[in-house]
Write a protein that binds this ligand. Structure first.
Ligand SMILES: [Fe+2]
Ligand SMILES: [Fe+2]
Length: 357
């Protein structure tokens, strides 16, 4: 890949001498020359630059000012920069170093050494570019694996596997509405799809047990306990007990201690059926004992179970879903999470419409 170096100096004579040295050394770089910081910034906006060599003292925009502008722009922030100077005051040198200048070189340049230094910096730039690409690839692969793992579990009780993706989106909206830090919001988004991973360990005859609840049955259930995903399913006794094991199985599959990502995934899988009033499972945690991310995924999960079709039920009209959520507030669901759910309901319904089955 051809590398581009941009040289910035207000004195044309300096640029000519650099150009000569490069020619003598027969380098295979694409070398560009501009006379001011402003031109340099314009050039960086239009083209990819791998290394900038700038004069320290220039009339309208100094080397440090140019550096500051480059650093403030995400596009140009990581371009390595070398500064050329005759005499450069200590404070200015310090400032440049703080902003990440790679090297200071004295004028006049010594051609042989100059070329070698450029080559060394470019070599590091190549390594860092390759790392960036590899890292992006890793992040992308990790995301894909997580989603597919979650989807694999969901296929066991949902025809489309889209439930987990919707739950991830709803959870992100709710978490964001609670002003959690962007990193945490993103982590919740990435890990929520695995909340039901434990269903891999639950037999199909239990997960896919047909039977639609008629309104009468629904009313009876409503009187007996709060209506969550687990209450709506047509299971009882031993079968229900087996079904409920999916929380612990999920925790077991994901492990306890690991990267922040797997750790959160495990916490969510373990606690997404805990209830605010302490009557959930598997541990009967109460209130803020339940990790916040699990409380968030819980409402997303329930809303999606209510608003979509399942083996055992039709999709409920939105109005009905909302009135059930209202009933669950404070007993099954954390009231603060419900507030964020309600406040951001337009965004949630937008996802529901776009990603519905
Ligand atoms: Fe679940
Ligand atoms: Fe779920």
């Amino acid at each position: 890949m051809e590398r581009t170096i941009l040289f910035v100096d207000d004195e044309p004579a300096i640029l000519s001498s650099i150009r000569r040295s490069l020619k003598v050394a027969k380098v295979d770089w694409n070398c560009e020359f501009v006379l001011s910081g402003k031109e340099a910034l314009n050039f960086c906006r239009e083209s990819t630059v791998d290394l900038i060599v700038t004069d320290g003292k220039m009339p309208e925009m100094s080397g440090n000012e140019l550096l500051e502008k480059l650093r403030n722009n995400p596009e140009s922030r990581d371009i390595p920069t070398i500064m050329l100077s005759g005499y450069f005051e200590d404070t200015l040198r310090m400032k440049a170093l703080e902003m990440g200048i790679v090297e200071f070189l004295n004028k006049p340049i010594i051609p042989g050494e100059f070329i070698l230094r450029l080559r060394n910096v470019l070599r590091l730039k190549t390594i860092s570019d390759e790392l960036k690409i590899a890292n992006k690839d890793l992040i992308e692969t990790r995301m894909q694996i997580i989603r597919r793992l979650g989807k694999a579990a969901e296929y066991k009780d949902d025809d489309t596997g889209r439930h987990v993706i919707r739950v991830a989106h709803y959870s992100r909206i709710i978490a964001d509405g609670m002003r959690l830090s962007p990193d945490v919001v993103e982590l919740i988004f990435q890990t929520a799809p695995m909340h039901d991973i434990g269903k891999i360990g639950i037999p199909d005859n239990i997960l896919k047990k047909p039977g639609v609840l008629d309104p009468g049955e629904l009313e009876v259930m409503r009187q007996h306990s709060s209506l969550g995903e687990d209450v709506l399913i047509p299971l009882a006794g031993e079968e229900l007990a087996i079904y409920k094991r999916h929380s612990e199985m999920g925790e077991d599959i994901l492990g306890e201690e690991n990267t922040p990502l797997l750790k959160m995934a495990s916490v969510i899988a373990a606690s997404h059926h805990e209830k605010w009033d302490g009557h959930g499972y598997p541990r009967g945690l109460k209130g803020e004992e339940i990790p916040l991310e699990a409380r968030i995924v819980a409402i997303a999960d329930i809303f999606d179970a209510l608003s979509s079709k399942r083996y055992y039920k039709e999709a409920f009209p939105i109005k009905k879903c909302l009135s059930i959520i209202e009933e669950l507030e404070g007993n099954h669901l954390d009231p603060n999470v419900v507030v964020s759910f309600n406040r951001n309901f337009d965004k949630i319904i937008d996802i529901q419409k776009r990603m519905g089955d």
